[in-house]
Design a protein around this ligand. Structure first.
Ligand code: ATP
Ligand code: MG
Length: 455
């Protein structure tokens, strides 16, 4: 680990002298001739230690010290004094300086001081890294906690507590990004099946024939490419829970088979004669209106009623504005720690924008907006300019330019990406607007390698 030291002094000779000595000790150095420049450097590069003169024009060493210790509390600052009295130095220590050294600088003593300060810094950094890893592991083990204090969310928490211990089928509905998968996780975690697997199947991502063998497994030779026998997800989920995400996308023949699992707890592998019995709890989710799908004959009514013993409907974020501050604060903390930024909150204008925005991509969009704002933000408070274009009135994001002379597929990729951005990753809306089916959209995302951008 090579440490980088920022040297701040208005006298060029002192700066270059100190820099030369520190580079001899194996450190990297960056220089600034006043406090303002020093703050710019701190934003631009990772700095491990600051050495600053106490008396400088524009921003004095004292002011700089105060700024650094509030914005970057983990960076030690060593003050150089000489012009003033020891009193100033003592005050600097009170203001959070790591130590001070008087001019003319005794390089041996400075070198020792730096070494000691950096040992502490290294320990602090390692400690933080460990903490981050531990909290990441914890989160993975327990799953993310669902936040919310709106009446709607409190009711949902109660409903989850009530139905989780039962075996009742649950249909989770709600727009994209409202937390359907989190509800499924919570239902499984709070059930007596929690130590058995929770198997998730993303029904829209698979073609019809693949979905069938994915769910029920297949025998060797059942179809071209079926080189060996394979267990399906229902078998893998035995004694646990299966989560059928985007259930509205499955075709009639798979619908019949799922209905049979619900009624008889049995099925056959694709190409197989043996009947397999399983004990699986089925939780399904959709952001379509399944009732309409039933009315229009695309979804079996008997299956709909079987799946929908209990319905948990997640209202869109714009209908539970009370939850925005809570979620936003949580994400702010997480993202700030992830990106090592010291951010306290929002300025009032930015906060108002967050509250009044319509959030078509719901909580997923909120998270993305906050993460990018945290990355862009230059001070302790996020401002309106840190928010993405959809928050500004003079938005011009409803057209894209497609250069002539590129292949059709490239043009399509640009168009799909722009539409997904416009609808904040909402795939139903995007496929509706593009006039293609959701499956087609998923296939194209896969083909164009866009899956990871919009998951
Ligand atoms: N109540 C909540 N508290 C905290 N985080 C939440 C909450 N609801 C959703 N999230 C977060 O929002 C993101 C989207 O949630 P999730 O994947 O469950 O949505 P979804 O409804 O399944 O969306 P899609 O229909 O697009 O699959 C996730 O990062 C999730 O952790
Ligand atoms: Mg989901």
């Amino acid at each position: 680990m090579k440490f980088r030291i920022l040297i701040v002094d208005d006298e060029k000779n002192i700066r270059s002298g100190l820099a030369a000595a520190m580079e001899m000790d194996g450190y990297e150095t960056v220089q600034a001739e006043n406090g303002q420049e020093a703050m710019k450097q701190l934003l631009k590069t990772d700095i491990d230690l600051v050495i600053a003169d106490l008396l400088m024009p524009k921003m004095t060493g004292e002011e700089l010290l105060k700024k650094v210790s509030t914005s970057y509390p983990a960076i030690p600052v060593i003050m150089l004094t000489g012009h003033g009295t020891v009193d100033n130095a003592v005050q600097a220590m009170r203001d959070g300086a790591y130590d001070f050294i008087t001019k003319p600088v005794n390089l041996d003593r400075l070198s020792l001081l730096i070494k000691r300060a950096l040992v502490n810094r290294k320990l602090a950094l390692e400690h933080r890294q460990l903490q981050d890893e531990v909290s990441k592991l914890e989160r993975r083990r327990h799953g993310r906690e669902m936040l919310g204090k709106s009446t709607a969310m409190v009711k949902i928490f109660q409903l989850i507590n009530q139905v989780a211990p039962t075996k009742a089928g649950v249909l989770i509905t709600g727009e994209s990004g409202t937390g359907k998968e989190l509800v499924a996780n919570a239902l499984h975690r709070q059930s007596p099946r929690k130590d058995a697997p929770l198997i998730k199947v993303h029904c829209a991502a698979l073609s019809e024939s693949l979905l069938e063998s994915e769910l029920f497994g297949h025998e060797k030779g059942a179809f071209t490419g079926a080189v060996g026998q394979r267990k399906g997800r229902f078998e893998l989920a035995d004694s646990g829970t299966i989560f059928l995400d985007e259930i509205g996308e499955i075709n009639q023949s798979v619908q019949i088979k799922i209905l049979r699992v619900l009624q008889e707890k049995a099925f056959e592998r694709v190409g197989g004669g043996e009947t397999i019995s399983v004990d699986v709890r089925i939780i399904a989710a959709t952001n379509r209106d399944l009732k309409t799908e039933v009315e229009e004959g695309r979804f079996r009514e008997d299956l709909y009623y079987r799946l929908n013993i209990v319905n948990i409907h997640l209202p869109p974020l714009r209908e539970r504005v009370e939850d925005i501050p809570l979620l936003a604060m949580q994400y702010l903390k997480e993202c700030a720690s992830e990106h090592s930024k010291n951010i306290q909150g929002w300025d009032p204008k930015a906060a108002a924008l967050l509250l009044h925005y319509s959030w078509p991509g719901n909580i997923r969009e909120l998270r993305n907006v906050i993460e990018s704002a945290v990355i862009l933000s230059k001070g302790p408070y996020i401002g309106t300019s840190d928010l993405p274009p959809q928050f500004h009135e003079e938005r011009n994001d409803n057209s894209v330019s497609i250069p002539l002379g590129i292949p059709m597929a490239e043009a399509e990729k640009i168009l799909i990406r722009a539409n997904l951005n416009l609808y904040s990753g909402n795939k139903s809306r995007t496929s509706d607007m593009l006039g293609i089916g959701r499956k087609t959209l998923h296939r194209k995302l896969h083909d164009y390698g866009l899956e990871n951008e919009f998951q």
